[in-house]
Design a protein around this ligand. Sequence first.
Ligand SMILES: *Cc1c(COP(=O)(O)O)cnc(C)c1O
Length: 399
Amino acid sequence: MPIEDIRRRLGLRPVINVSGTMTGLGASIVVPDAVEAVAAILTEFVEMSDLQRRASAVIADLTGAEAGFVTASCSAAISLAVAACMTGPDLVAIERLPDTAGLRDEVVIQSGHMVSYGAPIEQAIRIAGAKVVPVGQATSAAAYQLAGALTENTAAAVYVVSHHVVGYAQIPLKIFAEVAHARNVPVIVDAASEYDLKGFLADGADLVLYSGHKFLGGPTSGVVAGSKARVRDVYLQNRGIGRGMKVGKEGIVGAVAALQAWKTRDHDGIRARERKALDCWVEALDGRPGIIAEIAPDPTKNPLDRLKVSVNPAEARVAAWDLADRLAAGDPPVVVRDHEVEHGYFFLDPCNLHPGEELVVAKRLAVELDQARKSNVMAATSFEERLRAREAAILKWPD
Ligand SMILES: *Cc1c(COP(=O)(O)O)cnc(C)c1O
C-alpha cells in the first residue's frame, strides 16, 4: 500500500480485494511500467494515430495477429467489432450507425454465452445497431443450430470465453468458427479476462478482444487483435459510434506498457506468491467448525487458483453470505468473490493482493469466525432478504 493512501484522503474505505478483477472495485493493480508510462504521457501531445500504430505492433507481437489497437474497454471493443463486421470500411455507413439500413445486421451468439459482466453482452451488440440472434438453449447448443441460425443477413458470430458462460454443452470455438467460416461469417471472440493471448486466433477467431485492466494490469482499456483489414474496420468506428467510447493517450500508452510488461513478467514468481496466500488462508481456516477450504482451479483454465470456502451455518453459526457481508463491512473491508454464494460458499482470489495483505485477510477471517461461534444467535439472513436489500441499494446512489 502506498505510504500516503489516496483513499484515506478522499474519505474512501481501503478495500482489500480478494474477489478478482472487478470493475466495481477498480479492476486490477496497474503494473509499475504502466503507471510510469501513464504519468509520462499525460502532459504531452502525441499523434494519436501514430500511437495506435505503435500499439498495433505491440499487440501483433504478443498475439500473433497482424494488427491491433487499444480501445476504451472490452465492452466497447465488442460494440465496435460488431459495427465493423456490418460496415466494413464504408465511412458513410460508419457515420450512419446505429441505423443499419442496407447492411447485414444479425449477430449470432450461443444462448449460454449471453452473459452479464456488469451489463448485458447482448446490449453491447445492440448498441451498434445489430440484432441479436440467440443460438441453442441456455444449457445446450449444437453446430447444426448455429448453421441454421446463419442467414444472408448474418454480420458476425460472437463467442464468449469466460467463467460467466454456461460451463458445459456449448459449441467449442474450433467448431463454432468452422461453421461460421463456411458461410463467410467472421467470428468475434470476447476473451476479456483470459490470459491466453494466442490460442483463440489459432482456434479460428477473426477478431479477439481483451480487457486491458484485468489480468494485464493496465489502466482502463480494451485490446483488439486480428487481421489488418478487420482491425482497420474496427478502428474506423472511432469516427462513428466509437467516439463516445474514446480511449485517451494515457489509456493507450498504459495498455501498451502493460502488454510489454506481460512479456517479461515473472509469471512463475507471481503464481508462487499467489500460492503462498492460498496456503496462508488454508492454515487460518484449518480445523474451524463448519468451514471447508479447498483450492479450486480457474474454470477457464487461466493459470490461477482460488480458495473455495464452504460454510455450514449450523456449525460455523454464520451463513456464507453473512460471513461475506461481515468481511466486507469490517475494517479493513475484505471483499470476497461471492457470485455463487447462494450455494453456501465463496472464493478468495489471490491475484490482486499487495504484499502482506493475505495476512490481514487471514486475520479478518479468524476474527469474524470466532465472533460468530461465540454469539448466541446464528447469523443467517435469508438469502432472499439479502437479494432484496442488494437490489434496493442500486437505486440509493448517490446517497
Ligand atoms: C469483464 C468482461 C467484459 C467487459 O470488459 P471491460 O473491459 O471491463 O469492458 C466483457 N466480457 C467478459 C467475458 C468479461 O469478463
